[in-house]
Design a binder for this molecule. Structure first.
Ligand code: SF4
Length: 330
């Protein structure tokens, strides 16, 4: 039996790498992934109920639209109360600790509350491409990805569907789900929603997109409050899961993994973002400084971001990370 199968079949046995880390946290009696604990004591069912009620007056994210999604009203994200997905497959292009040898079990959710004008997935996130599925079908997709050997369930742009996801998780656990959830988000999160998934998500993969409210507003559909909420969100996420922990194979088992996409002309505020992470989160925080920006969707209408980044722009971001003492660059 391969190492990965040993890991996948050990619902209540912690992976070696996590054992030492978790025992340091004095919670060695807990199951892994964390959601199993909340399932066993009934907390997960209560959270699912509470989350579902939020759809009637939606404030899942900082847009705070207060629409009743159960009655067909649509907010900024344009998502109804029925989950819509674009695709589900083992992804080998994510960060190495998520991909391992068997891939990250990625589920792309349609629609998005942030709506960046340079989004490379705009057909899914803004135009809403995808199919509506039942929560049971979503649960079955998770199980299918696990059966394919994926190391985790990677929920891409999950925020506006958290109630469906937690409900689907409730269904997937009795079907045998036992790999961790990755919450792969643009970083525009409300504290309340994050608190409701505390103990459900083991791995967070948020973007930290901007530090300047004017930039957030200009490029992400008037999201002036992005930096304000992102700072609160990142502190809460770090409180929940801490720095990235990996097993003996290098696979992520728990923790915070940050992404920062460098935009041309210092628009993403890389220096300020990296300073914040180093000084207010942790110098040992895993951070992937990404250089793959390309002008997509409406970006060509904005001359200042209508080009890829220069080598010098990426190099200065790396230099700042080192200057601030960040040690785990992805
Ligand atoms: S999830 Fe959608 S409807 Fe709800 S507050 Fe956010 S943008 Fe508005």
């Amino acid at each position: 039996m391969s190492n990965s199968l040993v890991w996948a079949s050990s619902m209540f046995i912690l992976p070696f790498g996590l054992q030492s880390a978790v025992s340091k946290d004095k919670d060695e009696e807990k199951a892994y992934p964390s959601y199993l604990n909340l399932y066993r004591d009934g907390t997960l069912a209560k959270r699912a109920e509470e989350l579902k009620s939020i759809y009637e007056d939606c404030h899942l994210c900082p847009r705070d639209c207060r629409v009743d999604r159960t009655k067909g009203q649509l907010g900024k994200c344009r998502a109804s109360a029925k989950v819509k997905i674009s695709s589900a497959f083992p992804h080998f292009g994510e960060e190495a600790p998520l991909v391992g040898r068997r891939g990250s079990g990625t589920i792309f959710f349609s629609n998005c509350g942030l709506r960046c004008i340079y989004c490379q997935n705009y057909t899914i996130s803004i135009k809403g491409q995808g199919v509506e599925v039942s929560d049971n079908r979503l649960a079955e997709s998770m199980i299918k990805l696990q059966k394919m050997g994926c190391h985790n369930i990677n929920l891409v742009t999950p925020t506006h569907y958290v109630p469906n996801i937690v409900n689907a998780l409730q269904m997937a656990i009795p079907m045998g789900l036992k790999i961790p959830l990755v919450y792969n988000t643009g970083g525009y999160e409300s504290l309340k929603t994050l608190q409701l998934i505390d103990g459900i998500v083991d791995i967070y993969l948020p973007d930290f997109k901007y530090m300047d409210p004017e930039m957030a507003a200009k490029y992400s559909s008037e999201a002036y409050n992005y930096p304000y909420y992102a700072k609160i969100a990142f502190k809460e996420i770090y409180r929940q899961v801490g720095n990235l922990k990996q097993d003996q194979r290098g696979i992520a088992v728990k923790g915070l993994m940050i992404r920062h996409l460098v935009l041309p002309n210092r628009i993403s505020g890389a220096r300020e973002v990296l300073k914040f992470v180093a000084e207010e989160i942790s110098k040992d925080c895993y951070i992937n400084i990404m250089r793959q920006y390309r002008p997509e969707y409406k970006a060509r209408d904005y001359p200042e971001i209508a080009r890829p980044i220069k080598n010098s722009e990426y190099a200065e971001a790396l230099r700042w990370a080192k200057e601030f003492g960040l040690t785990r660059l992805g």
